[in-house]
Design a binder for this molecule. Structure first.
Ligand SMILES: [Zn+2]
Length: 454
């Protein structure tokens, strides 16, 4: 009997259900500005997805009542396989529905600007610089796979990322955008190939890089950038894509790339332990030895030497998780412990400048990092025991028909997370703009990162 990651295994079912709900919500949102005929079509499209969802829920009830144990930790491997297969089949069906509806959707606008800002700042690029704005174009994507392309004009290269339509609705998956960008650019915006290729050829002693080495480097590099930029939330986003995708990876062209377990383990020792606890059913195929993995990883680390990992403070994540779970957006936390009398005296006397600076830093509230908010959001999704997850699934499918409340609850969560990301960023910027606060906190003045890049 395997108990590995039973809670996440059951969560996969919730995840697939939520993806249905998000598509239904997006179709409803599009109705507002649509023409009368467009509105009618969107209503019909919504009914179609709702029917898919109902079918899925019926199957879910049947499958769960046939479980070979009340306790998911004691499920047989055969039953675990049934659960993951159901999730995959329904995800594939949903992906197909999205693909079929897509050409008829009135998508004459861009995805929300939040998504662009998030991607750019997580990639050390600036929304204020025209040269940066022109380099990344994010559009709605018809397919459910994550992909990207670069197009070269006479003056510059433009990276195009079609974000799968459903995933525009939730910041949980946005770290995957950073991965896509890192297939083409170095953080800050320089062209990746120009810098990386000679280094890689030198390190591997290959005059012409083998396609295998190239594919390995491309994925390891993009993974490492997204991980440093978005923290463990990226590992969650990537692994959960593997869980529902029949191909087992997020790229259609990833045949030569390392398998997902190898990629996740390459993120670092912390993720390595975490991966060993994930449900093995999430990953298709065997983990195989990737040639020259160590040398390629070394080149990745060297290239990213100056791209430091984003802070992820445990206590901040804990506070943020509690807030998000209660439906409150959170952008900053005060982590200071109450002062005792002695500390208070030394503070007012000004005798200890270091202590004073530290006090000021805490009293001013620390903005949460994007990585902390995103991890807190993932905790809200997944931090339940296996039995609790089953209860969540049962409660979700117990209601007859789709209620507006169900849709609203999920929408509220998505909006709360994205509002937290925005507010935290504004907060950190304001601190840098106010010279008094900046001096007290010892912060560097704000400067657009990578401004030298054209
Ligand atoms: Zn990739």
């Amino acid at each position: 009997m395997s108990t590995r990651g039973a809670s996440l295994l059951v969560w996969t079912l919730i995840d697939v259900r939520e993806r249905h709900l998000r598509l239904i919500r997006l179709l409803r949102e599009l109705r507002g500005p649509a023409s009368p005929a467009g509105r009618e079509f969107l209503r019909a499209a919504g009914t179609l997805v709702e029917r898919d969802l109902r079918q899925f829920e019926e199957q879910l009830s049947r499958v769960l009542s046939g479980a070979d144990s009340e306790d998911p930790d004691a499920w047989s491997s055969q039953f675990r396989g049934t659960v993951v297969n159901l999730a995959r089949q329904r995800f594939a069906k949903l992906a197909l529905t999205q693909q079929e509806l897509y050409p008829y959707l009135p998508l004459d606008r861009r995805p929300s600007a939040d998504i662009w800002y998030f991607t750019a700042r997580r990639f050390a690029m600036s929304a204020n610089l025209e040269s940066h704005r022109k380099r990344i174009a994010i559009s709605f994507g018809r397919f459910s796979e994550w992909t990207s392309r670069v197009f070269q004009s006479e003056t510059q290269a433009v990276t195009m990322i079609p974000i799968p339509l459903i995933e525009t609705a939730t910041p949980l998956r946005w770290p995957l955008l950073v991965h896509e960008l890192a297939h083409w650019l170095l953080p800050g915006g320089a062209s990746l190939a120009e810098v990386a290729r000679p280094k890689l050829e030198g390190a591997l002693g290959e005059h012409h890089l083998s396609t295998r080495s190239e594919a390995t480097f491309a994925e390891l590099f993009a993974d490492q950038v997204a991980y440093r930029s978005c923290g463990p939330a990226y590992a969650y986003a990537l692994a959960s894509e593997a869980a529902v995708s029949i191909g087992g990876a997020h790229h259609a062209t990833g045949a030569l790339a390392p398998d997902l377990v190898t990629r996740l383990k390459a993120l670092g020792p912390k993720v390595e332990t975490w991966v060993s606890e994930l449900p093995s059913e999430w990953f298709i195929g065997v983990t195989e030895k990737v040639p020259r993995l160590a040398e390629i990883s070394a080149v990745v680390s060297e290239l990213l030497e100056r791209f430091r990992p984003s802070a992820v403070r445990d206590e901040v994540v804990k506070i943020a998780t509690t807030a998000l779970r209660a439906g409150q957006s959170i952008s900053a936390v005060r982590t200071a412990a109450p002062l005792n009398e002695e500390d208070y005296r030394s503070l007012v006397s000004g005798a200890d400048e270091l202590k004073q600076a530290e006090f000021f830093r805490r009293a001013a509230e620390e903005p949460c990092t994007d990585a902390e908010i995103l991890l807190a959001a993932w905790m809200c999704e997944t931090d339940f025991t296996a039995t609790e997850q089953v209860k969540r699934v049962r409660t979700a499918v117990a209601h007859e028909g789709l209620s507006l409340e169900t849709l609203n609850n999920l929408a509220r969560f998505d909006v709360t997370v994205s509002r937290s990301l925005q507010a935290a960023y504004v907060h950190s910027m304001l601190r840098r703009w106010d010279p008094k606060i900046r001096d007290n906190l010892g912060l560097a003045p704000w400067r657009p990162v990578g401004s030298a890049v054209i």
